[in-house]
Design a protein around this ligand. Structure first.
Ligand code: PMP
Length: 428
């Protein structure tokens, strides 16, 4: 369907272009320096967790269920930390290793271990010739960077409104033994905000991979990050596996990065007993035990899943108005022009924006010229290659509401100007 610019007469379009150029010039002279590029909590959000810093002092009891947090030991993490992590993702504590402060770090180490040592007694991935990973796209750029770094071929898979296109996933996974994994963000996906439907979760659990060392990397980074209404329900992937009679298929990851302090939270991995035993052995060669002081602070502060949900409700109070502003500004600025669509998620950290074909790189660069930094166009695709150059990831959490409002005004003008320029170029 043609958009509003494409429908204009030549003289209407040139008048629009002149007007939008003027609007862009008036924004340029403001010398703005705004950032909507990365999914960071705002300073107000991280401040919510500052009281955690007061909970451990030099006279604190550092015992957790008989484990001394101030010494080596408990390589799978403090008992209370494992219990909290397990409750948040709905598994048994014995199926969780809490380790380190970054889930991405864990994902990297799991890929690295498979690459150098193999999974389940199979040859290491590095000794199997060219191998592939499936990358639902748009997706999380840092996932794709991990596998690309090991020379694993990242293969894009279309994302739908209920999760990845499972017909495509099934064909690759069940017919091609060089496919070793898939990156998934099953709840409030980065960047689409999509939560996988039960049907998609069940389809994952029913996969019959051609490769015995294929694994699903289930990054449940936004499991508790609802900011609107009741939030989305995600089926528990391990329940789906039990239903399907499948084992040794999923590594699930999560962290408190965007619950407490990014970079200083606690991260965990859950998997089948056999897969977890293999990871335990791999981790034991990397460190004696994880950072249990930080784990202790987290469990004393957050306590249990109810405590986490109460804390996330306070994050939601700060985040929800920002996401509402994105919807309001985009609807008001672009709603009637038929040149763009965008997601309206109930949680997570992003809005995924689709502009006209061939527009995204130019919008990002024009916005930068006007003082607004956006995630580089194409970043949510393997190798940074958005085949249609349409997608832009909007990260509204970090700026203040005033800054965000200005940044969105700039974004809207940039989208309109680039869309008008494209419409004019089509006629030239
Ligand atoms: N997974 C996803 C999907 C993310 O969006 C992020 C952070 N942006 C991470 C993982 C990183 O988490 P961590 O800080 O625990 O490594």
């Amino acid at each position: 369907m043609p958009n509003a610019f494409q429908k204009m007469t030549d003289s209407e379009l040139s008048a629009q272009l002149a007007d939008l150029d003027r609007q862009a010039d008036s924004l340029r002279v403001l010398g703005l320096k705004l950032d909507m590029a990365r999914g960071r909590p705002s300073p107000e959000q991280t401040a919510l967790s500052r009281p955690m810093l007061d909970l451990l002092g030099s006279d604190s009891d550092l015992d957790d269920q008989g484990v001394a947090a101030d010494n080596y030991g408990a390589p799978d993490g403090l008992p209370s930390a494992r219990a909290l992590a397990a409750e948040l993702v709905g598994v048994e504590p014995s199926h969780v290793i809490v380790n380190g402060s970054s889930s991405l770090n864990l994902m990297h180490d799991v890929v690295c271990n498979a690459y150098t040592h193999g999974i389940g007694g199979n040859k290491p991935w590095c000794a199997q010739g060219p191998i592939k990973f499936l990358c639902p796209a748009p997706g999380y750029d840092r996932h794709f960077t991990v596998t690309a770094r090991y020379g694993i071929q990242n293969v894009p898979v279309p994302m739908r409104t209920d999760g990845p296109d499972m017909d495509v996933v099934r064909r690759y996974v069940e017919e091609d033994a060089s496919v070793k994994g898939i990156w998934c963000v099953p709840k409030y996906a980065n960047p689409t905000g999509v939560t996988y439907s039960d049907e998609v979760v069940r389809a994952f659990a029913h996969l019959k991979p051609a490769a015995p060392d294929f694994r699903i990397f289930w990054d449940n980074a936004y499991v508790v990050h609802t900011f609107k209404g009741e939030g989305d329900e995600l089926m528990n992937v391990f329940d789906a596996l039990a239903e399907a009679g499948s084992v040794d298929l999923v590594y699930e990851f999560a962290s408190t990065a965007k619950v407490t302090f990014p970079g200083s939270g606690m991260a965990w991995v859950s998997a089948s007993a056999a897969d977890l035993a293999e990871l335990r052995q791999a981790f034991s060669s990397m460190r004696v035990c994880p950072e249990k002081i930080s784990q202790l602070a987290h469990v004393r502060f957050l306590r249990d899943a109810a405590g986490v949900h109460a804390h996330m409700a306070r994050h939601a109070e700060l985040i929800a108005p920002r996401f509402a502003l994105v919807q309001e500004k985009l609807s008001r600025g672009l709603g009637k022009l038929d040149c763009a669509t965008w997601t309206d998620p109930n949680g997570g950290y992003f809005v995924s924006f689709e502009g006209p074909e061939g527009s995204a790189k130019e919008v990002v660069s024009l916005a930068a010229e006007l003082g607004v930094k956006l995630t580089p166009a194409g970043a949510p695709w393997p190798y940074g290659e958005d085949p249609r150059d349409t997608n832009i990831r909007i990260a509204p959490t970090y700026p203040s509401l005033d800054e965000l409002s200005q940044a969105l005004d700039v974004f809207v003008v940039a989208v309109k100007l680039v869309s008008a320029r494209l419409a004019a170029a089509e006629r030239a």
